[in-house]
Design a protein around this ligand. Structure first.
Ligand SMILES: *Cc1c(COP(=O)(O)O)cnc(C)c1O
Length: 370
């Protein structure tokens, strides 16, 4: 069995998810009468506290629908240099919408400095594009944006009259990590004897959904991927006000994303929302297990993973062996991406034994005992 750590997009639908897809009642979603699509849209909108949602084939299209619904031709959006909806979507907002990005560099923790956001908002002057939107991403490169920062940055945007979009492709990874932080804080309080109520010891579905909603409510629109850690085969949802989603529906049609009996796909996403949220904590634990296993290897700088993505930078002699390492891993049934900066992503279809195999293979490559 191959241990595929290239991405959390590689998961296969489980037998139970396939059964839910098979059993889904279907209609024609372009006529608005696919009950499974409608149910999914209501479910995700309700969970995140929005009036409406739109099921779309991909996260890329979801971000495109969002940007083109917030902005007009000649407007601009403030976004991070490494953000998916700037760097990794073929420049779609500019190509299809004539919306110009205003990218900013990230701070080491993945945030965009609030002062730099403020400085990038252009005055009302015919020389300038109209700054219309702030787009943030959480998690970004597997990093959880600190919640206090999310509040601060989105409050600034609101005060300056900008709309706020969250690319929450991995919003539920962020939510589970954020819920884990509050569990840890409660345990510390309990140990100090200052705790007031009963003490939780693990992240529950309810606590993760509450955190997802808390993050989402800082924004006017949120995009969530079902095809990443949630483990569905296809699809994303864009959430927002009823009026915003009506505009996004038009963009989705233009982009060719209005599907027909898409309830089969929506049913998989619904199943994922019911069954695959709190288990993301296991993916996060596996990423930490992998990081721990690689600690201390000379030339490897292992970043502490906050969620399900682990980056390992190679330097010195190890850097010279990067390509050979990747080939060695592939030959031993371990798949990862990157070259000098390796990326390992844990997910539903990886278990502790698989992570142990990855650790053992990497240690063997460097002639270290497993
Ligand atoms: C994966 C991803 C998307 C969209 O992905 P698709 O492959 O188009 O579904 C958008 N934003 C982020 C942060 C992502 O990781």
């Amino acid at each position: 069995m191959v241990v595929d750590l290239r991405s959390d997009t590689v998961t296969q639908p489980s037998a139970a998810m396939r059964a839910a897809m098979q059993a889904a009642p279907l209609g024609d979603d372009v006529f608005g009468d696919d009950p499974s699509v409608n149910a999914l849209q209501e479910k995700i909108a309700g969970m995140l506290g929005f009036e409406a949602a739109l099921f779309v084939p991909t996260g890329t299209q979801s971000n495109l629908c969002a940007i083109l619904s917030h902005c007009q031709r000649g407007d601009e959006y403030i976004v991070g240099q490494m953000a998916h909806c700037y760097r990794w979507e073929g420049g779609g907002a500019a190509v299809f919408g004539s919306v110009q990005p205003q990218p900013l560099n990230h701070q080491p923790d993945g945030t965009l400095a609030v002062a730099e956001i403020e400085a990038a908002i252009k005055p009302d002057d015919p020389h300038f594009a109209i700054t219309r939107l702030l787009a943030l991403e959480n998690t970004l490169g597997g990093k959880l944006l600190p919640f206090g920062y999310v509040q601060q940055a989105t409050q600034l945007a609101q005060a300056k009259g900008l709309s706020r979009h969250l690319d929450g492709a991995r919003l539920f990874n962020a939510a589970v990590a954020q819920a884990a932080l509050s569990v840890r804080a409660e345990l510390v309080e309990a140990a100090a004897g200052t705790s007031t109520g009963s003490v939780r010891t693990e992240v529950t579905r309810d606590s993760a959904v509450a955190e997802a909603r808390r993050i989402a409510q800082c924004f006017d629109s949120v995009s969530v991927c079902f095809s990443k850690g949630l483990g569905a085969p296809v699809g994303s949802a864009l959430c927002g006000s009823r009026e915003f989603i009506a505009r996004a529906r038009r963009v989705r049609k233009m982009a060719g994303g209005a599907m027909r009996q898409s309830g089969m796909l929506a049913a998989a996403a619904s199943y994922a929302l019911d069954h695959h949220i709190e288990r993301l904590a296991q993916d996060h634990a596996l990423a930490r297990q992998l990081a721990d296993g690689l600690a201390g290897i000379e030339g490897l700088h292992v970043e502490a993973p906050e969620t399900n993505i682990l980056f390992v930078d190679l330097s010195g002699a190890a850097r010279d062996k990067s390509a050979a390492l990747l080939k060695y891993l592939a030959d031993h049934g371990i798949q990862a991406t990157g070259l000098y900066r390796l990326r390992f992503v844990t997910h539903l279809d990886v278990d502790a034994a698989g992570v142990d195999r990855a650790v053992a293979a990497i240690r063997q490559f460097f002639h270290l005992k497993g």
